[in-house]
Design a protein around this ligand. Sequence first.
Ligand SMILES: [Zn+2]
Length: 184
Amino acid sequence: MTQEQRTPLEIFAFNYIWKSGVPSKVSALSWQLLLDRIPTRDNLWRRAVIRDDDAVCPLCVGEVETARHLFLHCCVSAEIWYAVIRWLGVTVALPANVLMSYGMLVGCGNNKKRKKGLSIIWLAYVWAIWKARNNRVFNNSEVEVGAVLEDIQRFSWKWYLNTISFGPCLLYEWVWNPWECMQR
Ligand SMILES: [Zn+2]
C-alpha cells in the first residue's frame, strides 16, 4: 500500500500508532493487523499453509477466522468489545471493520491526552485478544471475557504510564475512572 492510496483514517491510524509509546511488538502487531497481514487462519489458508476446513475461528469454532471476525465480529470478541465500551462508559456500536474500531474508539476522546489514552486502550485490546487467541490455539486455554478485559486494563494502564512524566495513577484508579487518569 502506498501513501497515496491510504484514506485519511488510515494515515492517522498508522502515524498515531507509531507514536503511541507502547512496546514495539505491540505497535508492530497492530500495523500488521491493519494491513491484514497477521497469521489468522484465513491468511494461512490463502498462503496454502493450512487446509480450508482448518481455517475455522478457534474462539467460536463456527466461522472462518478472518482478522475482522477474530477481533470484532466473533461472538466472543464482540463481548470483549462491549466489555471495554461499558468500562469506558461510552456509546459505540460494533464497528464494521478493524480500522473503523480504531477510529471510533479514539474519536471518543475530546482532547489530545484522551485520544492518546484511547489509542493505547485499543492497542491493548488488540494485544489482549491476540494473546488470548494464541493461548486458546497453543495451550487450549479457555477465553474468559472478564480475564481479557482485565488484561486490557492492565496493559493499557502500564503503557499509558510510560507516556506521561508526572502524576502517575494506580491500576485501580485507571480501572475505576480511566478518563480522570487521562487528564493528568
Ligand atoms: Zn469466532
